[in-house]
Design a protein around this ligand. Sequence first.
Ligand SMILES: Cc1ncc(COP(=O)(O)O)c(C=O)c1O
Length: 438
Amino acid sequence: MMPTPLYDLLRSLADRDLLRLDMPGHHGLPLPYDLPWPTDLDCTENGLSGDLFGGGRDAIAAAEELWAERFGFDACLFLTGGSTQGVHAGLALLAGAGGHVALDRGAHRSAYNALALLDLTPHYLPRPWLEREGVTGPIDPDQVEKLLDDRPEIKTICITSPTYYGVLSDIPAIAAVCHAYGARLMVDGAHGAHLPFLGYEGYSAADAVVMSAHKALPAPGQTALLFANGSSLDDLRRVGSLYGSSSPSYVMMAALDLARDYMEREGTTKYRETAASAAALREKYPALGEVPGLTLDPARLTLLCGDGFALADRLREKGCLPELADMGHVVFICTCADSPERFARLDGLLAAEDWSNPAHCPPPPALPPMALAPREALFAPREAVPLASSEDRIAAEQIAPYPPGVPVVAPGEVITKKTLAYLKQIGYNSELVSVIRP
Ligand SMILES: Cc1ncc(COP(=O)(O)O)c(C=O)c1O
């Protein structure tokens, strides 16, 4: 098989003198690879370029198969709507509608929205709090087992690995527990698309995994991948099409084809160099990384500091853009695009800072009571009220400050006195909050 079957086919189509009088309206100028959808011109030995959600064995399917093989899955679907589309599609695939799901409390907003759209009942999986680091630790497989033991109606588990801060959970151990209870595991690996190229094999133990190519790989915004074991490409197409455009972008799909090929050539070596450079900075500055038993994304650089917001502002003034800042951390996404020179520049900026007093980030409060199911909360009439006077109101949206990056309140839950005290303690400064109208 050609290393880049989709990209090669699009190139050969773009080279033809086609009188394009269809969509997209630019007709090839200036984006010759942005073709009509679906393109059913049979122009090379590869055959048709394909239909992302159609049933054919075409160039898109060939490119997807290369990803599936490389990452150890039965099937892969290209996504042009980010991991958001993949989380929705993955939960539709594994949980369907109306069931019970064990959800990582630290799940992304897309998972909370999927609960509402699919009318799923959540049972939250807690995470331990790492006191010194001020972040949540990995999901404990024993907690998963306890929950599945207590609630046999749960047939789908959805966890995030790695977290935004780079903390990985033990996916094979959690998958083994799930499978022993006849349940299936979905992993939101939005931040982990580079990890299998670095030798990490944990993902393929799960039943479905979504990854944002655009977060950690050299790929454009919104490109993502949905992988599955025990489900076919047709299964993935069916659920992917529920949440995807009927005109998915060939440019984005070709970029996914190219990104894998690049990673299989020099990209992986460059990524290893990046991981080494990130490790050197972790040694030099207070960082997430020294807890025994903690498995971390080797390329994610999470520094522990006195005031992350102020530090990030100073860095931005000097032309350096971190990914995330909170009261006690600054997080940098380091990829194969970052040369040793770029790390030296970052080091120079960090060396000018005072690292002597890391902030103390308090653990999140206990979960508030749930008053409305996620679906009722999503579709109920709402109003904005000052946060300070929202006690005892039912949240219509999640309040998810960083850290912990997990919702302190999820839609449908009651905003309690403890919630408000915690938000004040961590300096959460949103003035208004959206609540259910009485
Ligand atoms: C853990 C996690 N899952 C899913 C998403 C959604 O990803 P995307 O922006 O690719 O839609 C994000 C985005 O930040 C995320 O952090």
